[in-house]
Design a protein around this ligand. Structure first.
Ligand code: ADP
Ligand code: ZN
Ligand code: MG
Length: 497
C-alpha cells in the first residue's frame, strides 16, 4: 500500500523596505549592484563599539502599512531584540530584530489558485535589519600580469542595516502552486503599498518556505526543513516540489526527515543540506538595551490605515463585478497597480467599448510587445489614450483585428498615433459592400476549378476562397462582410447550376 502524504508549508518572507536611509542610522540605502562597495557605511552600521542606534520612523510607517493591509493586530508597544550569532556579514555580532513582541500579529491574506480563493493566516510581521554581502573569491595562480592570491572573501557593508520587514505565515499552505500564489499575492501587495521595489533578482524580496509532510489524515505535523533565500517565484515553486518529493521518498523508505536548513541549487534542481536547524535559544535573544520600546500611537495607525490604496484583492473583485471580467483577466490586470490604472484610463477614454476587448488588447498584444522589447508598461511611450484610439478604430470596423495588431506594433515602436499610421499606409478596412462584392466576383472568376469543387459538394473549399479574397484585399477587407458576400455569390452559382 502506498501512503499518501499531505504537504504542510509555512513561509517566511524578508522584504526590504523602500526607505531613503537605513534602519538604525542615517546612511543612505543604495543599489548595491550599482555603487562601489562600502560607500554607504557609518560607525553604527559597521558595528563600532559605543555607537547608538536610532529607529527610522519611515521604516516603521512602511511596516505598519503592510501590517494593516494584511489585516494584522498592531502592537501598541513592540520591542527590539538582539539575535546573537557570528558571521562576517554581520559586523555587530548580532542582528537587531523583533522577537517576543513583534510589530504586528494575526493577519491574513487572500490568494488565488486554480481551486479558487484561499485565506492564508499571517502569524507575525516584524522589523529587523539586513546584513552585509560577502563575495567569495577562489584561489588564483600567478600569471604574467598578476600575482597569485589565496582564496579570500570580500565584504560590502552597503546593505548592512537596510530595513527589512519579515512576514511569517501560519503553516496553511499545501502545495507548490499555493506557495507560488501566496508569494505573488504578497509581492503584488508590497508593490501596491509602495513599500518595496519588487525587484526580486536584486534580493528585494526573499522567500523561505518551511516544508514538512505527514500521512494524510494525521493530525500532528511532520519534521520540517527550511529552504533559504529564494529570490524567484519559479525557484520557490520548483524547490517546494522537490522538497515534497525528497521527504516522501525518505518516509517511504522508513528514514527520518532531519530538521535542517537547506539551500536550492537551481542548475541541478535540488536542495542540499546547509546547516542543522538552530533553535531560538541558540541565538540568545534578549531585549536590545540601546533602543526603547517602540510605542505606536493609535492615531498614527489610523492615519496610515486611511491612507492605504485600494488593495489588489479588492481591485480584482471590483474588476470582476464592475467590468464582468473573468477571474483570470482580472488577476492579470490587477497584479500591478500600473497595469490596472492603465486599463481603467484606456477604458475611460473609449466609452462604449467593452472592457473585455481592452483586457484582450492589453494582456495579449501589448504585453507581448512589452515582453519582446524587455520593457515595462511604466517605461513604454504608448499612452492608454493612444491605445484607446486604436481599439475604437477596430471596434468601429475602420480597420480589422489583424491590421490593428500591425498598427499597434508600429505605434509601440515609432510613437506615432493610430490614425496617422492608418492614413500613411492606406490601411483603412474595406467594409463597403459593393467593393467587396467586386473582390469576391474577381476571386471566383480567377479560380474556376475551386468553384467547381465547391459546386460538386466540397463546401469546405469556401475557406480557401475566402483566403484568396482577403489576400487580394491585402488583409484589409472586413472579414464578416467578405464571408457573407462569398456565401451569397457561391449559393447564387449553386442555384444557377
Ligand atoms: P523559525 O523558522 O525561526 O524557527 P517558526 O518556528 O515560527 O520560526 O516557523 C517559521 C515558519 O515555519 C512559519 O511560517 C510556520 O508556519 C512554519 N512551520 C512551523 N512548523 C512547521 C511544520 N511542521 N511544517 C511546515 N511549516 C512549519
Ligand atoms: Zn550607517
Ligand atoms: Mg525560520
Amino acid at each position: 500500500m502506498t501512503i499518501v502524504y499531505e504537504p504542510i508549508i509555512g513561509l517566511e518572507v524578508h522584504a526590504e523596505l523602500a526607505t531613503h536611509s537605513k534602519m538604525f542610522c542615517a546612511c543612505p540605502v543604495v543599489d548595491t549592484t550599482q555603487v562601489e562597495p562600502n560607500v554607504a557605511v557609518c560607525p553604527v552600521c559597521a558595528g563600532m563599539p559605543g555607537v547608538l542606534p536610532v529607529v527610522n520612523q519611515k521604516a516603521v510607517e512602511l511596516g505598519l502599512r503592510v501590517a494593516l493591509a494584511l489585516d494584522c493586530e498592531i502592537a501598541p508597544c513592540s520591542l527590539f531584540a538582539r539575535k546573537n550569532y557570528f558571521y562576517p556579514d554581520l559586523p555587530k555580532g548580532y542582528q537587531i530584530s523583533q522577537y517576543e513582541n513583534p510589530l504586528a500579529v494575526n493577519g491574513k491574506i487572500t490568494i488565488h489558485t486554480s481551486q479558487g480563493e484561499k485565506v492564508v493566516r499571517i502569524r507575525r510581521v516584524h522589523l529587523e535589519e539586513d546584513t552585509g554581502k560577502l563575495t567569495h573569491i577562489a584561489e588564483s595562480v600567478k600569471n604574467s600580469e598578476t600575482e597569485a592570491t589565496p582564496a579570500h572573501t570580500l565584504i560590502d557593508l552597503n546593505r548592512a542595516g537596510v530595513p527589512l520587514l519579515e512576514i511569517v505565515t501560519e503553516p496553511d499552505l499545501h502545495s507548490a502552486e499555493q506557495v507560488g500564489a501566496y508569494a505573488r499575492a504578497l509581492h503584488s501587495l508590497l508593490r501596491y503599498l509602495k513599500v518595496n521595489s519588487g525587484d526580486m533578482q536584486k534580493g528585494a524580496m526573499r522567500i523561505e518556505p518551511n516544508i514538512s509532510i505527514r500521512p494524510e489524515g494525521s493530525v500532528t505535523f511532520g519534521i520540517r526543513c527550511e529552504i533559504k533565500n529564494l529570490n524567484s517565484f519559479r525557484a520557490l515553486e520548483r524547490s517546494v516540489d522537490y522538497e515534497i518529493q525528497r521527504q516522501s521518498i525518505l518516509l517511504d523508505e522508513g528514514k527520518p526527515v532531519i530538521q535542517e536548513t537547506r539551500g536550492w541549487v537551481d542548475e541541478q534542481g535540488i536542495t542540499v543540506t546547509q546547516r542543522s536547524k538552530e533553535e531560538a535559544h541558540d541565538y540568545r535573544y534578549f531585549p536590545e538595551p540601546d533602543l526603547p520600546p517602540l510605542v505606536v500611537e493609535r492615531e498614527w495607525v489610523e492615519q496610515i490605515r486611511a491612507s492605504l490604496p485600494e488593495l489588489p484583492i479588492a481591485r480584482l473583485r471590483r474588476f470582476q463585478s464592475q467590468y464582468q471580467l473573468s477571474a483570470y483577466d482580472a488577476e492579470v490586470l490587477t497584479a500591478e497597480q500600473e497595469t490596472a490604472d492603465y486599463f481603467e484610463t484606456a477604458l475611460a477614454a473609449a466609452p462604449g467599448i467593452s472592457p473585455k476587448m481592452f483586457a484582450n488588447w492589453i494582456c495579449g498584444e501589448l504585453f507581448g510587445l512589452l515582453n519582446q522589447a524587455q520593457t515595462s508598461l511604466v517605461d513604454c511611450s504608448l499612452s492608454p489614450q493612444s491605445l484607446a484610439d486604436l481599439v475604437r478604430l477596430v471596434a468601429a470596423g475602420e480597420i480589422n483585428q489583424g491590421t490593428g495588431k500591425t498598427v499597434l506594433a508600429e505605434m509601440f515602436n515609432s510613437g506615432k498615433e493610430a490614425e496617422a499610421i492608418i492614413a500613411d499606409h492606406g490601411l483603412r478596412q474595406i467594409s463597403d459592400g459593393d467593393a467587396i462584392a467586386g473582390l469576391v466576383r474577381q476571386a471566383l472568376e480567377n479560380n474556376p476549378s475551386q468553384v467547381q469543387t465547391y459546386l460538386g459538394g466540397k463546401t469546405s473549399i469556401a475557406q480557401w476562397l475566402f483566403g484568396q479574397v482577403m489576400k487580394s484585399a491585402k488583409g484589409q477587407a472586413n472579414p464578416q462582410v467578405v464571408r457573407q458576400e462569398l456565401n451569397k455569390q457561391l449559393e447564387g452559382l449553386k442555384n444557377q447550376s
